[in-house]
Design a protein around this ligand. Structure first.
Ligand SMILES: C[S@@+](CC[C@H](N)C(=O)[O-])C[C@H]1O[C@@H](n2cnc3c(N)ncnc32)[C@H](O)[C@@H]1O
Length: 195
């Protein structure tokens, strides 16, 4: 489990979980193995624009910044202002913009253009269905045709929603995570008569 996470960050996460369990949807931040496993499913080294949905304690954000080129931009969305402020204090990088707003509004901040990679650890199974559907639609719309939408979940329930929108969905299971994590990489919009 998130070996590099200090106690303050873990405590902030647990506190957020207790006050908004359906919004946080996890008891513990994602493990390093799962973060790396998910990010390995896309080409972050070649990405110019990356969106992250559900920054939390910043476990993905730090690894995304390690992987993207010097001229990339990374927009991270998180609704919990307390979690986001802690990440902002720790990760100061000119490529990173942290946004205290719902991922549903990502298009406003992208200001045209497309995302090469979108990384989501949002709890799609516990978010309101309308929010989930809006974010899945938006991700499909904002993704560059050659880009990847990476999703970590604790159940495979979102698979149908991903397959309805994307032409190719790859899956992996990551056991070294509490609980074991389902990793998805989605590419290309689904076309009429597509898979
Ligand atoms: C399962 S936690 C993942 C946190 C972190 N990325 C990790 O893996 O440790 C989900 C995070 O998504 C945030 N979140 C929930 N709904 C959101 C939304 N609509 N837009 C942006 N962030 C949201 C929660 O506050 C929480 O921090």
């Amino acid at each position: 489990m998130g070996a590099g996470l200090d106690l303050t960050r873990r405590a902030l996460f647990v506190r957020a979980m207790i006050s908004s369990p359906r919004q946080v949807g996890a008891v513990w931040p994602t493990s390093r193995r799962a973060v790396r496993g998910l990010l390995d499913m896309a080409d972050l080294g070649g990405a110019r624009t990356v969106l992250e949905f559900g920054v939390g304690t910043g476990v993905y954000t730090a690894e995304i910044l390690r992987r993207v080129p010097p001229d990339a931009r990374v927009l991270g969305f998180e609704v919990d202002g307390r979690l986001l402020r802690a990440v902002a204090a720790r990760l100061q990088d000119p490529r990173l913009t942290l946004v205290n707003d719902s991922a549903e509004h990502a298009e406003r901040y992208l200001r045209g253009g497309a995302a090469d990679v979108i990384v989501s650890s949002l709890p799609f199974t516990t978010l309101p269905a309308a929010t989930r559907e809006a974010i899945l639609d938006l991700s499909c719309r904002l993704l560059d045709p050659g880009g990847s939408f990476l999703v970590l979940q604790y159940s495979p329930a979102v698979l149908g929603g991903l397959r309805r929108r994307f032409g190719r969905v790859r899956r992996r299971l990551c056991l070294p995570n509490l609980p074991p994590a389902f990793l998805f990489a989605c590419e290309g919009p689904r076309t009429e008569g597509g898979r």
